[in-house]
Design a protein around this ligand. Structure first.
Ligand code: PEP
Length: 253
């Protein structure tokens, strides 16, 4: 049985005050939720310390959306994994398609970020996914395989045991176009096969989350797929009721 996760990626949304209020709203209702998922919220850096305090001792864990490639020094504007860990956060999203697309993130840089993440005891949520053009030209398998191999294959077995993968088809992020449950399952099974080629049976335990326009209305169908272990949720994670309703996609009744 793999661990199930519902992780919210707030992106560049909310002020610190609004973020605290959002977490408090989630916490007010989480007691009524029978979901068997683990909840993670990933606010902007500026909110981390305060939100960690609000969530301490609750069922919600906190993550950042990125970290620096280097450990410290003259890197104006960067935030190190050590700084993130010091806030009490436990996860870091790495390789989100918006960062690959707008900030030119490559596998080389992501390998450095992975090193920083593990050295500071954080768990990476490593994102992979193809563009619409890559899907339509049939390159999707090669693209996702390369994104996995070029980064995840550099991990030790110990590190690999503490990895979450997120499959996020770029064409489904923030577009309202969601992959069908069958498309998600097909790619998740493929990713697991690629991971198994390197890490053997350990890959059976790796949580692989689906991301891309997940909503309360479509979560249960996607989460029912064998190799889908939860969701990385953007837009819908900014609403407490929707975020929890997505977690209810795992309700065991
Ligand atoms: C995301 O950015 O990780 C994401 C999945 O966004 P959305 O749910 O809004 O498509």
């Amino acid at each position: 049985m793999r661990k199930k996760f519902v992780a919210g990626n707030w992106k560049m949304n909310t002020t610190p005050e609004q973020g605290v209020e959002l977490v408090k709203n989630i916490l007010r209702s989480i007691g009524h939720s029978c979901a068997s998922a683990n909840y993670i919220v990933c606010p902007p850096f500026t909110h981390l310390s305060e939100i960690v305090k609000v969530a301490r001792g609750t069922a919600i864990r906190i993550g950042a959306q990125n970290c620096a490639e280097e450990s410290k020094g003259a890197y104006t504007g960067e935030v190190s994994a050590e700084m993130i860990a010091a806030t009490g956060a436990s996860y870091v999203i790495l390789g989100h398609s918006e960062r690959r697309q707008y900030y030119g993130e490559t596998s080389d840089g992501l390998n450095k970020k992975m090193r920083q993440t593990y050295s500071n005891g954080l768990v990476p949520i490593y994102c992979v996914g193809e563009t619409l053009e890559e899907r339509e030209s049939g390159k999707l398998w090669d693209v996702v395989k390369a994104q996995v191999e070029e980064v995840v294959f550099h991990l030790s077995e110990v590190e690999f045991r503490h990895l979450i993968v997120a499959y996020e088809p770029v064409w489904a992020i923030g577009t309202g176009k969601v992959a069908t449950a069958a498309q998600a399952q097909e790619m998740h099974a493929f990713i697991r096969k690629v991971l198994t080629a390197k890490f053997g049976d350990l890959a059976a335990k790796t949580p692989i989350l689906y991301g891309g326009s997940v909503k309360p209305e479509n979560a249960a169908e996607i989460f029912a797929m064998e190799d889908v272990d939860g969701g990385l949720v953007g837009g819908a994670s900014l609403n407490a009721a929707d975020f929890l309703a997505i977690g209810d996609g795992f309700r065991e009744d």
